[in-house]
Design a protein around this ligand. Structure first.
Ligand code: FMN
Length: 281
């Protein structure tokens, strides 16, 4: 009963902040969630729909001051990424597969540089001077951040690093072997622990939400989807192996990356390694 009282109190406080349009959407979503045996996704699904009667409502978020995070830590400048892959983009799209079998071999820093640049890198400038990125982004707000859990990368100590796309550099967050930890976080999936590196894509929610309010939870997923396909294609072009991994314990991953799971939250993991013979076909 206690939970119900808390829910009623929270709901009435929330309702007092919503427009009648959003309130009607929310109620519609709750009805649908009930009809579908408690599928709470329906609440957000309906609450975030646009219609001619309601578009974006303001949320009290300030305009973001950055397009990517920067840590004041040791920086490891990445080598320039290769200009060409030697694989046609249509070929790469056709041969792309989720590959979960890796050798014990190392990745090179140049391979990591290529994967990060061609998925998240700054590839140009907009007319207002802001960066343009390898992935398209709603409102050009660029919510996606990248982290590398380095296990076997030539010339790089094992540890956790943040990718700074402006400087095309890795920023050290913590040294150590986190291969087993990241496997545990990914619900024990062994291919995650065996990878030479794991790229984690996160979203800094406010960058998008200041403009697109509560629809932004959709937008940041779309942005990450585009960046994620870039990861797959860059990995394919390099002849390496990866798989998108969406099954992970959110809060455990947040504490590993030192993010709070609200302002910034994890979206996808990409274990990356050298293709084993099983994957060469
Ligand atoms: C959002 C998303 C989450 C996924 N999560 C996992 C996962 O947790 N573990 C895994 O082994 N594969 C995962 N995959 C990979 C899919 O299983 C794979 O894309 C699917 O089987 C199709 O195979 P293909 O990518 O080779 O075409 C995920 C893929 C996507 C797009």
């Amino acid at each position: 009963m206690k939970h119900i009282e808390i829910a009623v109190e929270l709901f009435s406080r929330l309702a007092s902040r919503l427009s009648s349009y959003t309130m009607a959407r929310l109620l519609r979503g709750m009805e649908e969630a009930l009809r579908r045996g408690g599928d709470v996704s329906m609440i957000y699904h309906y609450a975030s729909m646009l219609s001619p009667r309601g578009v974006y409502e303001d949320l009290p978020y300030p305009e973001p001051s950055d397009y990517y995070k920067s840590y004041e830590t040791e920086k490891i400048k990445l080598p320039s990424p290769p200009e060409r892959a030697g694989v046609d983009v249509f070929e790469a799209i056709k041969s792309r597969r989720s590959r979960r079998s890796y050798t014990r071999g190392k990745l090179t820093l140049r391979e990591i540089s290529a994967i990060l640049y061609y998925s998240l890198g700054v590839t140009g400038r907009a007319w207002w001077g802001g960066p343009k990125r390898a992935y398209p982004s709603a409102g050009a707000l660029q919510p996606v951040e990248g982290y590398i859990v380095a296990n076997r990368i030539e010339g790089l100590d094992q540890g956790i690093y943040h990718y700074n796309p402006g400087e095309h550099a890795l920023e050290l967050l913590e040294l150590g072997d986190f291969s087993y930890k990241i496997q545990e976080i990914a619900l024990g999936q062994e291919h995650v622990g065996r990878a030479a590196a794991v790229l984690v894509l996160t979203a800094v929610y406010r960058r998008t939400a200041y403009k697109y309010s509560h629809r932004s939870y959709r937008y940041v997923h779309w942005d990450v989807g585009f960046a994620g396909e870039n990861v797959y294609l860059a990995v394919e072009a390099l002849g390496l192996a990866t798989t998108a991994v969406g099954a992970f314990y959110d809060e455990e991953l947040c504490s590993l990356l030192r993010i709070d799971c609200v302002e910034e939250f994890p979206m996808l993991l990409f274990p990356i390694g050298r293709r084993s013979r099983l994957e060469i076909h």
